[in-house]
Design a protein around this ligand. Structure first.
Ligand SMILES: [Zn+2]
Length: 511
């Protein structure tokens, strides 16, 4: 008995030593925070006015292509032609499917694969801006800057298509998502052209016009055109990640530059549940709605299995150094603590989305009257697919949840598989990592999984290295202003974006 106890004790001691050693020797990246603050970069009034003018053009896309108003897109194209004459002179440019804008900057070395920068011209509707419908233009870039917001704005401070430049900010729909990228790319190229610069390899810009409603007419057609012309890219850069300022990510004590190396898939399915309809005075023992409720509960209670994909493991390796010992121990000893780690990650809705295909019940419809039983009840579930799960996997999962009931499934929108995972060892990633470190010295650079949808995946057919990152440092509340009230970008962020792209455009082949 004593021997057994001793043996047990021995095992525990060995286990503890192994766990601690594994934790201490795990290759967590060194955290270099606070090593020099981000610099403020000067910006010309001209650059601000050009951007602000672009915000004033209400390029709102519409899910219903019959109702799509293309006039503002014509206006924007004319505006760009007028505002950036040097770009239109120095680069080849052409239009795909009437409003997709492509620019081609010829490089010195045609033997090298070109690189591609993306942005979308369209924005989402501005939402409620009651009382702010005056388009009065304010331009006072010298105003003292306001600190970043610390709450979600209840309303717009200014008319959403005013492009007002005030208190160190540029206001309006699209300032973050993502006319800032479109205009800062053009500013950066314009500055380089003014210096007589010619890039080493060919550079392309491609600006779609319907990203917010699926991108099937813009980005998809542009990508198909490249494919048809046999043009493939060494790297593609789009939006999708940001620099999350210190304190914005729970449990992580540093700013983090989140580089989207993969993107979740999308499947919205309508589940039609059949039952007995008619008058509600003699109802069946289980109504169609009751059946639907059972299925919904099954779907929420028994979701797709969580897993830690390589991108997320790499993310942990990069940022683990800023976490507490317990978290580091769990990450370093997944052979033992994986279950615990996953349990912890799935307990929080933000981290849950990183480790599994999420299930969101979004719409439901019964009968039109309070005393009528619907013969068919339908509800919609939106799944966001983790790389590793396919739409077919999820379909099987749904059918299993519907077992015992008479149902029919219908796609609400075109389903999209999760993207491929782009490597962090490519030149495209390395250049980006180096440039991000240069402009955001207080941030840790880490690969990440983009949760929302972007145009980027459409370019997978012509590029293996697709990265999603908008070079702005913003907190949680600024992130939430995207698609919400009072969207703004600080002048500090916008001016740094221009410098960032100057470096990306001119130093891709720097050794
Ligand atoms: Zn966007």
């Amino acid at each position: 008995m004593k021997k057994l106890l001793l043996l047990l004790l021995g095992i525990i001691v060995v286990l503890a030593v192994v766990i601690v050693v594994k934790t201490l020797t795990y290759p967590f990246a060194k955290i270099v925070t606070g090593e020099g603050q981000s610099k403020t970069y000067p910006i010309s009034d001209t650059a601000l006015i050009r951007f602000s003018g672009g915000i004033r053009i209400p390029t709102v896309s519409n899910v219903d292509y019959m109702q799509f108003n293309y006039t503002p897109f014509d206006t924007l194209e004319q505006y760009l032609t007028r505002t950036y004459p040097r770009i239109y002179e120095g680069m080849e440019h052409y239009v795909i499917n009437k409003h997709g804008l492509v620019f081609h900057w010829k490089g010195k070395n045609t033997g090298l694969k070109p690189i591609l920068f993306l942005a979308h011209q369209d924005v989402v509707p501005p939402g409620d801006f009651a009382g702010k419908d005056s388009a009065a233009v304010i331009f006072s870039p010298k105003d003292p800057p306001l600190p970043p917001i610390t709450a979600i704005a209840q309303t717009w401070d200014y008319y959403p298509f005013s492009g007002n430049v005030v208190n160190g900010r540029i206001y309006g729909r699209g300032t973050l998502d993502m006319k800032s990228m479109l205009f800062s790319l053009l500013e950066a190229a314009d500055n380089l052209l003014a210096q007589g610069y010619t890039p080493e390899r060919d550079i392309y810009f491609a600006f779609g016009f319907d990203e917010e409603v699926g991108g099937t007419e813009g980005a998809r057609k542009i990508a198909e055109d490249f494919k048809q012309k046999n043009i493939s890219f060494d790297a593609v850069y789009d939006e999708g990640g940001i620099v999350s300022t210190k304190g914005s990510l729970p449990g992580i004590n540093t700013a983090v530059a989140l580089i989207g190396c993969a993107e979740k898939g999308f499947w919205s399915v309508k589940i039609k549940v059949k039952g007995l309809g008619g008058h509600s005075s003699m109802p069946p023992l289980q109504s169609a709605m009751g059946k639907a409720a059972v299925i919904m509960q099954r779907l929420e209670n028994d979701q797709m299995k969580p897993m830690i994909i390589p991108t997320i493991n790499q993310f942990f390796t990069e940022i683990g150094g800023s976490m507490g010992f317990a978290s580091r121990m769990a990450i370093a000893n997944q052979w033992l603590f994986k279950g615990m780690l996953i349990k912890q990650l799935t307990a929080n809705h933000t981290t849950n989305a990183l480790v599994r295909t999420t299930t969101a019940l979004t719409q439901m419809k019964g009968s039109d009257a309070s005393n009528v039983l619907a013969p068919v009840v339908d509800f919609v579930v939106n799944f966001r697919l983790l790389p590793g799960n396919t739409v077919e996997d999820v379909r099987k999962h749904v059918l299993a949840a519907c077992q015992g009931f008479d149902v029919e499934l219908e796609n609400v929108r075109e389903a999209r598989e999760a993207s491929r995972v782009s490597s962090t060892n490519s030149q495209g990633y390395k250049v980006m990592e180096r440039t991000v470190k240069q402009y955001f010295p207080d941030a840790v650079v880490a690969p990440y999984l983009t949760i929302g949808g972007t145009d980027a995946y459409k370019y997978e057919m012509i590029c293996d290295h697709v990265y999603r990152f908008l070079p702005v440092a913003i907190n949680n509340f600024e992130q939430q202003s995207i698609h919400n009230n009072n969207e703004y970008i600080s002048i500090e962020n916008y001016s740094r974006m221009i410098k960032y792209f100057e470096t990306m455009l001119s130093e891709y082949d720097k050794k």
